[in-house]
Design a binder for this molecule. Sequence first.
Ligand SMILES: NC(=O)c1ccc[n+]([C@@H]2O[C@H](COP(=O)([O-])OP(=O)(O)OC[C@H]3O[C@@H](n4cnc5c(N)ncnc54)[C@H](OP(=O)(O)O)[C@@H]3O)[C@@H](O)[C@H]2O)c1
Length: 236
Amino acid sequence: MVGGTHGIGRAVVEALAEAGAEVLATGRNVAALQEMSPAVHAVRSDVTDMADIERLGRAAAERLGQVDFVFVNVGTATIEPFEAVTQESYDRAFSVNAKGPFFVVQRLAWLIADGGSIVFTTSVAETGGGSVFTAYSGAKAAIGAMARCVAAALLPRGIRVNMVSPGFVKTPTMGIVASDEDRAAFEKLGDELTPMKRHGQVEEVAAAVLFLAFEATFTTGATLTVDGGARYLGAS
Ligand SMILES: NC(=O)c1ccc[n+]([C@@H]2O[C@H](COP(=O)([O-])OP(=O)(O)OC[C@H]3O[C@@H](n4cnc5c(N)ncnc54)[C@H](OP(=O)(O)O)[C@@H]3O)[C@@H](O)[C@H]2O)c1
């Protein structure tokens, strides 16, 4: 579970732990995971740091050995007008949303049991997030494209690779780096733009993730959209 300390990732950690699974969850700040059940191993790891990814690989091998499922949930968006994107902010967006998730999976793939599965979290922004999300949208589209190729690469081992693509979902960050005021405005805008006229709950995304992980046995390289109709119904 990469990016499991809060929000959507934490909801999946909680569901898995409740079902009796042993879970290894990561984030940059894992203090919030310490209060969870002893079956949850917390490992501090930053996906923008290749040395941390290596350490995560070693920790997963030592603590879990073989794994059935890897959820690569980490990601974050910065609200940034097109004109304001710099090389640094572009690299940051790709590092946390695309490069890090790619190398985490490359490093962990050998631990996944044949017949296991991987789920990546993308975003409805992967098909166009609007003028303030150019770098983020590009990075999410990139990890989506890479994930489909990883699905092809892992076919011989029977490992399924799928994506969950959330729309506006209520989490501590709403998926963005922003002030509390901007985040509240973003949430309100999301409720207006979403055809179902509300934001999603983390449990609704977690249910989709667990379906892809364990039940969707004839599904690989696919995206399950959990967005209240945002992608396909537009502003209806
Ligand atoms: N919420 C939404 O409306 C929404 C919409 C579309 C897509 N998404 C996507 O859904 C995923 C989860 O979103 P969320 O709203 O649940 O986000 P969140 O509450 O901010 O959680 C993000 C998780 O990723 C971890 N993380 C962030 N940067 C990291 C880094 N550099 N290295 C390792 N871990 C890192 C965070 O842990 P630490 O803070 O401890 O590092 C946290 O566990 C993201 O990929 C996001 O892009 C969310």
